[in-house]
Design a protein around this ligand. Sequence first.
Ligand SMILES: Cc1cc2nc3c(=O)[nH]c(=O)nc-3n(C[C@H](O)[C@H](O)[C@H](O)COP(=O)(O)OP(=O)(O)OC[C@H]3O[C@@H](n4cnc5c(N)ncnc54)[C@H](O)[C@@H]3O)c2cc1C
Length: 372
Amino acid sequence: MELETAQLAAQDEFRLFVDRHVAPFADDFDDRGQVPGELITALGTGGYLGANIAREHGGRAMDAITGGLLCEQVGRGSCSLLSLLVVHGMVAHVLARWGSEVQQKQWLPKLASGETLAAFALSEPEVGSDAGSVKTSAVLDQGWFTLNGTKKWTSFGLRANLYLVFARCGSRVAALLVERETPGLSVSPVSTMSGFKAAQMACLEFKDCRVPESQLIGRVGFGLSHIAGSGLDYGRHCVGWGGLGLAQACLDASLAYAARRVQFGKPLKEHPLIQEMLANMFTNIKAARALCWQEARLRHAANPQMILDGAVAKYFTSRIAVQAASDAVQIHGANGFSRDYPIQRYYRDAKVLEVIEGSSQIHQMMIARNIS
Ligand SMILES: Cc1cc2nc3c(=O)[nH]c(=O)nc-3n(C[C@H](O)[C@H](O)[C@H](O)COP(=O)(O)OP(=O)(O)OC[C@H]3O[C@@H](n4cnc5c(N)ncnc54)[C@H](O)[C@@H]3O)c2cc1C
């Protein structure tokens, strides 16, 4: 797992950015339920919002490994912020892959700079894992779609000004870009979350919301198979690497605490049962890192195997992040639950990784289907 010089430089840059601007403030973001505007501006200026956007559209065109390293560092600092890179990047990815030239020219430069923030609106109050059952409807008449229905759990939906919305068009599903100010769309907060608390999650309600046909991505019928599919594939890549960062943060904090905290006359790190937890965390992180590297190499080579390997990496990494966060709480004892330490946030956020971009069970089914 040798990094090239440019990747090493990028990794240092991302680490510094997160150490300076993200990690020390991430609990405050959670308390306030939002990420500061200046930080989002800095993400745009740094080219992080355009990580996967081509240079011709003003993006930074990071290779899959460099993009993974960015998600790893941001995941180490704040999973809420990571989720912005994930959903915004998913919409950019979909546009680059399936958008028309006109749509790409219209939106990609704005997404790259951060002038436009994008969110991914697939889930609904009654529709989660079974995404094929979306109920939001889109009726096409004389060049306009009329949307009705509700989307829920839209990360950064409160902040975004562009939504990629999946809606049923008869028996098929369509993916449409909907601008925030479109009449008939109302956006309200979902403020009851205990994980990813600063992800400014929204509920979107469409009431006779009219969207021009030119905002359709790809074709009607491509919505799930092609568009949600490729967006979620990119999302799994980001979440896998981000989970790696979160697990690493758990290990770093646990090592520091176990070296400092003395019980029974010696530091916790000298007690064999604590060593067992630290050793398992370390080993799991090494294994997860190898899986993330493998899927990023395949992605870089545009090898179709990347889809299965991306699912494996996300599945494994989110599971070991949950274990690492649980052990980190154990090692920190009462302090693990205290707002004075970031461990409680790691614990709350880690579990989310096992639910988003396809839950662990959905990943198990997907992996099993592809190996038999
Ligand atoms: C913090 C956060 C951010 C999110 N951001 C977004 C976003 O930006 N955009 C968006 O569209 N959605 C978002 N979501 C929603 C997310 O995608 C869904 O939560 C996810 O798809 C699971 O759906 P569900 O919660 O409705 O669970 P359900 O689908 O109801 O599943 C509940 C449980 O049953 C299990 N299950 C379901 N089907 C099966 C089966 N066939 N066999 C075995 N087990 C099964 C699941 O694994 C899960 O454990 C977000 C969710 C969270 C928590």
